[in-house]
Design a protein. Structure first.
Lengths: 463, 422
């Protein structure tokens, strides 16, 4: 980006254009910990500014990388080819919450928890709840199709996006989808854009579906001797025809990480824990919780506890929440994958992961959203042992192959970004990749938007 | 500080972004450079790139209130405050410390005589240059707009400091030492006095650390490591010699300096480290000491409605952060004002003072502070009670600007009043 481009951007953005080395460093990373320095950063406050930016980019051929809060785990917001980072953090207004039609209209920089809290005040519910909920943005959630704990019952971001306003890679401004419950007018561009990782368009406004806030909830924590019993219980709970709103599994290594500061007693022989939450009308919650407890016992739970008040539920949840931060105790560097398999294949997948860890002499901690078959496979490595790093890379490839062979998917909610680009074809096949690339060319013929993501084109070099 | 030492501290940051949720400054700046993740990455980059600009890094590290909320929220417990303070010190050593700070931190703060001389001059100056404004918390002076301080108010400096009003002769000895702190000695001597009188009700032998150097925090946060070190070395030596059971702090900022920051300056290996740890272990906040010695059990039954309006407790970041203090101040207040106590709306919101931050960027500091007091007042508070000198300076200034009927006091003032109205 030369001085001519920068002065054109300055004309649009004034002080909202950052070019200093220090300011650029602060937009060079995300939660992957990788760094790629952008040439400049802009903070649009309107769709028109986004449009003008993309038009300039087409004219002068520089990359534009949209960014929300930089909380992603696959590198979606990293400017791997340099160019301009377009931060949506100042487009952060909730434009309306329509209590009659149950829709919210928001700008992309709204923090997910802010929207949830506003909805909650009105007795409404915006379900998606990625772990970074307190700081991640709706725009980033849409780009990566974020999920979360309650996806098992309520679905993921995709299920709550009714319509979008988007600036395409061409600089054209398009409205997609509807603000009604139904709509089949032409291709469903909305669903195509959700999860497209900022490679097809930049969302400037989103119409989101809200639902009534569930009246009550109960949380059950069960310990099992091993993953086998625990994962059988997961399947068993659904066999009872209950859909919990969260069903989290923690394996032995995960439990061991938090045993001391779990804030509650953990049985000595616990090799697997399930944290299950049911919600709904008050009358039905108690009955469902009873049946969940029975199912856990039937599959060999060694201890079951339950809480129905907010404080008690929070106490049970601390076990789950304390895992991620405690992982550093195992090893300092985390390679974090988020594979999904059909629920019924969980026992097989978990057995495979246990075997893989011993075969590859690696520390692998598994936990996550077992209710939807989504396991966060965390390979914990020293980061200083090159040979260990190679074994870890081989293990990741094996995990992905096994996942696909079980009918699963290699990313449930983190996206492909740069982290999983080499494995895209493994899952969707060469023709799948080809169709995707053709779509990309149609939306963004000059390759302006977020280049270097999803597809492997050329070697990406970290700074 | 050595590169490896910084690397050990910064490596714990996973770049997850959790610090964005609690950063006091982020909502004002809306830029990643204001949050811990950004600053830590800059420090890391400064070590890896030789073309880094030290002035720009200094600017970035200075733009922080050091409220420590990010450190508390951080899933990996990254020592953000330590990184920023040490980074500021390294940069100050490289780039130099402004002349006025050298005089204040190097000469005035460590010496009780120099502080007294300065105070006399300041008392005279404020009467000449500033305009008087009465407020709910007493007389304040307002800076004229021409000073470029956009209407800032400062408390009227009283005729005598707290220590100046004590009879001469008492040395630091006995079971319990009161470390009153510069602000509660000179600016708000009524707080120093209230703390002293109420501590005496514990029945313990209380002595006041009369010619104490400054705690060193203002110098440390400004990057003036040498001046800070002079303060803490002398404090440790003197307190170590006196060897009291307890050292009580009415000011949360002085306390965090003694309990934690002092050890950044006197790390293991330093000849004074062992003594510093022993001193630090005996330091306690005012409210905890009152509860520990059960002073409040001697309070008479209170008639209802004696306190005009609701009284709430503001959490000073320096107490609620690393030190985890908060329930103690509330408990003292609840037992002191009875039914008038009510949880302050936005109690945990930072007041935005940040010491040198308030001087560096007064408009932003004031915006955060005005929000703080208006949230509290909106929740019905008539009195904000707290336990830190910085918070009191800031919230009184903010109240004077927005709602002069709102009173801002130290909890010791209310405790003292409750006892005296027996």
């Amino acid at each position: 980006m030369d001085e001519q481009v920068l002065s054109a951007l300055r004309e649009v953005f004034g002080e909202r254009l950052f070019t200093s080395h220090e300011q650029r460093i602060c937009y060079s990373y995300d939660a992957t910990g990788k760094m790629f320095l952008p040439e400049a950063v802009v903070f649009p406050v309107s769709a028109e500014e986004v449009r003008r930016t993309v038009l300039l980019a087409n004219e002068h051929r520089f990359p534009v990388v949209p960014r929300g809060a930089g909380s992603g785990f696959s590198g979606g917001s990293l400017p791997v080819r340099g160019g301009l980072v377009l931060s949506t953090e100042r487009m952060d207004r909730i434009l309306s919450i329509d209590e009659e039609n149950l829709v919210a209209v928001v700008e992309p920089g709204v923090v997910t928890e802010t929207l949830k809290a506003e909805a909650r005040k009105r007795g409404l519910f915006y379900p998606p709840d990625p772990a970074s909920i307190k700081f991640c943005t709706i725009g980033g959630n849409i780009a990566e199709c974020a999920g979360g704990m309650c996806a098992v019952k309520y679905g993921v971001t995709r299920d709550y996006v009714r319509g979008l306003e988007v600036v395409l890679g061409t600089g054209e401004f398009v409205r997609t989808g509807v603000s009604t419950v139904k709509g089949v007018v032409g291709y469903d561009l909305t669903r195509l854009l959700v999860g497209s990782e900022g490679t097809l368009g930049i969302v400037t406004k989103a119409v989101l579906k809200l639902i009534p806030l569930p009246e009550a909830a109960a949380t059950i924590l069960s310990f099992f001797r091993n993953n086998h019993d625990g994962s059988k219980a997961v399947v068993g709970i659904f066999g009872e025809r209950i859909t919990p709103c969260a069903l989290e599994l923690m394996d032995r290594t995960a439990i061991d990480c938090v045993r001391e500061n779990a804030g509650l007693p953990v049985p000595e022989d616990a090799g697997c824990a399930l944290l299950i939450e049911v919600d709904g009308p008050k009358q039905s919650v108690t009955g469902e919780a009873d049946r969940v407890e029975q199912a856990c016992r039937k599959y060999g739970a060694i201890e079951v506890s339950r809480a129905a008040d907010a404080e008690g539920r929070e106490r049970l949840w601390t076990l789950r929440r304390s895992i991620s931060p405690a992982l550093r105790k195992v090893n300092p560097v985390k390679i974090n994958e988020d594979i999904v398999v059909p629920r019924s294949r969980l026992p097989e997948m978990l057995a495979f992961l246990g075997d893989l860890a011993s075969r590859k002499r690696l520390k692998i901690v598994n936990f996550g959203h077992a209710g939807d078959g989504n396991i966060h496979v965390n390979l914990m490595i020293s980061g200083t042992d090159e040979e260990e790093r190679i074994r870890a890379d081989e293990a990741v490839a094996e995990v992905f192959r096994k996942t696909v062979s079980l009918g699963g998917t290699i990313s449930g909610e983190h996206g492909i970004g740069i982290a999983k680009a080499p494995f895209l074809e493994m899952e969707v096949g060469p023709l799948g990749v080809s169709v995707m690339k053709r779509l990309k060319r149609c939306f963004d013929p000059n390759g302006i938007l977020n280049p270097g993501k999803i597809f492997v084109e050329e070697e990406v070099v970290s700074r | 500080m050595k590169r490896e030492d910084f690397t050990t501290l910064t490596a714990a940051c996973a770049k997850c972004g959790t610090c964005r949720t609690v950063c006091t400054l982020y909502p004002e700046r809306k830029a990643e450079i204001s949050v811990a993740r950004g600053k830590i990455t800059l420090v890391e980059a400064a070590f890896s790139d030789r073309d880094g600009n030290a002035e720009a890094l200094q600017e970035a590290l200075s733009d922080c209130i050091l409220c420590g909320k990010c450190e508390r929220e951080c899933p990996n417990q990254v020592a953000v405050e330590e990184i920023i303070m040490k980074g500021r010190a390294d940069l100050a050593e490289k780039l130099g410390i402004p002349a006025w700070k050298q005089v204040v931190f190097g000469k005035v703060m460590p010496s009780v005589t120099a502080r007294n001389v300065t105070r006399t001059a300041a008392t005279a100056a404020q009467k000449v240059f500033l305009r008087r404004v009465p407020t709910g918390s007493g007389l304040h002076y307002r800076f004229p707009e021409a000073f470029g301080l956009s209407g800032r108010t400062v408390p009227a400096l009283p005729g005598k400091s707290f220590l100046g009003s004590l009879p001469p002769g008492e040395a630091v000895r006995g079971e319990v030492v009161l470390f009153v702190g510069c602000v509660f000695d000179h600016v708000f001597p009524q707080v120093g006095r209230a703390a002293y009188e109420t501590l005496r009700l514990s029945g313990k032998g209380i002595s006041v650390f009369r010619d104490a150097p400054c705690c060193g925090l203002p110098a440390l946060v400004s990057g003036d490591r040498l001046s800070a070190l002079r303060c803490v070395e002398e404090n440790v030596r003197r307190l170590s010699d006196a060897s009291p059971e307890r050292i009580v702090f009415p000011c949360g900022s002085c306390l965090v300096m003694f309990r934690r920051n002092m050890l950044f300056l006197l790390p293991s290996g330093h000849p004074l480290h062992g003594e510093a740890v022993r001193v630090a272990d005996r330091c306690v906040d005012y409210a905890s000491f009152l509860l520990e010695t059960d002073v409040l059990s001697r309070l008479p039954d209170r008639p209802k409605g004696e306190w005009a309006g609701q009284v709430g407790y503001h959490d000073p970041c320096h107490l609620s952060g690393t030190l985890g203090k908060g329930p103690e101040g509330r408990e003292v207040l609840r037992r002191t004002v009875g039914d008038s106590y009510s949880e302050l709306r936005g109690a945990e919101l930072c007041c935005g003072y940040g010491g040198t931050f308030n001087i560096r960027d007064y408009p932003t500091s004031a915006k955060i502070g005005q929000n703080k007091v208006s949230v509290a007042a909106g929740g019905g508070a008539a009195v904000i009670a707290t336990a830190c000198s910085g918070c009191i300076l800031q919230m009184r200034d903010m109240a004077a600007r927005t709602d002069p009927s709102l009173r801002v006091v130290h909890i010791a003032e209310l405790v003292s009043k409750a006892f005296s109205s027996r």
